[in-house]
Every structure is written in structure tokens, then in C-alpha cells.
Design a protein around this ligand. Sequence first.
Ligand code: COA
Length: 181
Amino acid sequence: MSDDVGVRVMIRAPRAEDEVAYAEAVRRSADHIGRWNPVEPDGLPELLERQGAGLRTFLIVDRETDGLVGKVNVANIVMGRFCNAALGYDSYLPFAGTGRMTEGLRLVLDRCFAPQTAGGLGLHRLEINVQPDNERSIALAKRLGFRHEGFTPRMLFLQGAWRDHERFALTAEEWPGSGAA
Ligand SMILES: CC(C)(COP(=O)(O)OP(=O)(O)OC[C@H]1O[C@@H](n2cnc3c(N)ncnc32)[C@H](O)[C@@H]1OP(=O)(O)O)[C@@H](O)C(=O)NCCC(=O)NCCS
């Protein structure tokens, strides 16, 4: 079993053929993701173009049906002495709230902390920034073992205003299975 395959889900890079399924998944999930993370349903081609040293996107896919469970952006990747990135994510109906997103994110974290020599991203620290009243995302960050680090006022421009965020982080030493743990 490859490291990118879990019990109910697997993770992989997005590709051009995912465009229709992605747009449908985002559209049918708009009510539950829109308030927190406005996502453009037809935005996959642009996201594919932006993939590179600073951004790596993973899709979480249901193994049984091949349906799209969610998307994780490993963004703002800075290597050198920092080896740091910020995670952004959305889960899609009908899989939201079934635990599959959590399982998929665990696989993404494995990839993030694995050394580049082993096909990983070689990161040392990951950050999740969440609006204070986004309870489901805060629960997810805590479930994954992220520590609450602090409060960042007016951090991101979302839905027409600069929004405060709670900052959660995790380093490789804290991630079970990572060589640094
Ligand atoms: C935040 C978000 C990604 C969480 O995704 P999710 O689909 O709820 O994630 P999961 O299904 O893995 O969450 C586990 C939930 O499923 C439940 N669950 C059901 N069956 C489960 C199982 N077999 N195993 C584990 N958990 C299970 C858990 O109890 C948990 O519910 P709880 O949080 O109410 O306790 C999602 O709500 C979302 O897309 N929000 C909008 C976008 C957003 O906020 N992005 C992040 C911005 S910082």
C-alpha cells in the first residue's frame, strides 16, 4: 500500500480531467464552504497553472466511489531555514462530516513532513489559520494535533473585510511517523 492510500480515501494531485467533477463538487457544497472560504467552482484550471514551488494542491478521493471528498492547498511554501507552509482546505458533499477529510489530511501531512528524497515536501512546520467562529475547521485542526499558537488580527481579506484568524501550527517533531518525531 502506498503512503498516499488510506482506508477510505486516497490523495493525489489534481489534473485537468478533474475539472467537471471539481466544479460540481464545489457547487453542491457552496452553502457549507462559501461563508468560510469562497471557492470558484470553475477555478481548477487556474489552480493547476499555479502549482509550483510555492503551492501544492492535493485532492482527497473516496476509494470506493472515486468521488471528490475534498481539496487541500499546501500554500505559501517557503523552504530554506523556514521549511514552512499554510494549509487551506474544503470538504465536499456528500462526504463532508463523515471523517474522510480528517483521514485524507493525515495522508497530506505525511507527505508534507516526508523528506524530499522520499517524495515528500520536506516541510518542518505547517500552519492553519482559521476564523474564530469556524468551529468545524478548528475541531479539525485540533483533531490533527495542531497547537493553538495565537491570534492574528485582520489577517486575510475575505467576504469584503479583513478577518481576524486564530493560528494553529504543527512541527515535524510533533507528527507521529515523521522521521523527526
Ligand atoms: C472544515 C471542514 C474542511 C471540515 O471537514 P469535515 O468534512 O467536517 O471533516 P471530517 O468529516 O473529517 O470531520 C469529522 C467529523 O465527522 C464525524 N465523523 C463521522 N464519521 C466519522 C468517522 N468514521 N471517523 C471520523 N470522524 C467521523 C466526526 O465526528 C466529525 O464531526 P464533529 O467535528 O462534529 O465531531 C469543512 O467543514 C469545510 O469544508 N468547511 C468550509 C471551508 C473551511 O472552513 N475551510 C477551512 C478554512 S480555515
